[in-house]
Every structure is written in structure tokens, then in C-alpha cells.
Design a protein around this ligand. Sequence first.
Ligand code: 5GP
Length: 203
Amino acid sequence: MGLLIVLSGPAGVGKGTVCTALRSKMPDIVYSVSATTRQPRQGEVDGVNYFFKTREQFKDMIARDALLEHAEYVGNYYGTPRDFVDRTLAGGQDVILEIEVQGALKVKDKFPEAIFIFLLPPSLDELKQRITGRGTESQDIINSRMNVAVEEMNLLRHYDYAVMNDEIDAACDKIRSIIIAEHCRRERIMSSMSEIKVATKKA
Ligand code: 5GP
């Protein structure tokens, strides 16, 4: 079995950027492409960045239990296709999900053995700058996004690891080290050894 790695954290912390950098440093990790009802941004490709769905198609995926988790975020649905994750893990490859915090907690219910990594902003001031710097939102919207981000920060206690995103390369190195260490956990090594023993007995 591969490892399921959940990379999450408050809006504006840079999950997408860190995940993209990590994928180029660890090409063996398989990235799970999410389904979403939001419109594609310029340059985004269906099936590569997201599976772009209508609300009806998305609701149908929920009804068929085709999603490992889903959440509503800023008026759109986002969800992780279940089948791809199950098949990839069963094939022995690690899978990474880059998702927001509500979805991450739902994954924890279904996959408690997954590795939960929370990406932290260097400071709340920095997070505010990142949220403000995104566009021309009014002060009200910025304040409400900051309130949501602070509530999201409170969910840190549910995670196994906290990585500060002060510098992308450093954050990637830490996440890479976490994944390597998790593969060396005694329980995992021993369970793969018992698989080896069973295989040698059969031979
Ligand atoms: P964006 O629209 O900027 O691509 O993503 C918005 C938010 O949705 C980000 O925080 C991203 O991590 C999150 N997200 C992307 N895919 C999924 C998913 O499958 N499930 C959940 N719960 N969140 C997702």
C-alpha cells in the first residue's frame, strides 16, 4: 500500500504553489486531480488541473459515492475522486491530496492512517498580505476571509505535522523529509516484512 498524504491549511497559505514544487521534486508521488464546479481559469486544462463539472454532474458524483470527500468553498464544490485514490494506493504508490481544511477532516474519518500536513503562514500579518494581495476585494471581504483563515488555523490540532511556508524550497524539503520518515515507520516496515515472509513461505 502507498501512503496517502493530505496537504492542507488556511486559504492563502500557498498550498497550490508548494504542491506544484513538491511534485517536481518528488515525481514518484501521484497527485490526485480533484473535481470542481468552479470555472476553469486561464490555462487550466480539464483532467490535468481539475475535472471541471456542472453542479448536476457533481451532485451525481456525490449520489454515486464516487468522492472520498467533498466540500463547498467560496460558492463552488470541490471533491476528491475516490476510485483513483484507492487504485493508486493499492498499486503501492503514494498519493497526495491538496485540499482545504473541511475536506481534510473528512478524509481523516475515512483514512485515519493518512498523513496530515498543515501548511502554516509565517505570521498572521503575512497571511493578511497574501489574502489582500490577491485582488481588489473590499475591506469587508478581506476581514471575513481573515476570520475564516483564523478559524481554519484552529484546526491545526487535528494534524500530524505543521510546516511553515516561509520559503517554498524549505517547506518542500520538510514535507519530503516527513514522507521519507513515514515510510520508515516500524509498523509499516514490519507489515511489509510479514508480506515478504508470507510470499517466501508460499514459494
Ligand atoms: P482553487 O479554486 O483556488 O483552485 O482552490 C480553492 C480551494 O479548494 C483550495 O484551498 C484548494 O486546496 C481546495 N481544493 C482543491 N481541490 C479540492 C478537493 O478535492 N477537496 C477539497 N475539500 N478542497 C479542494
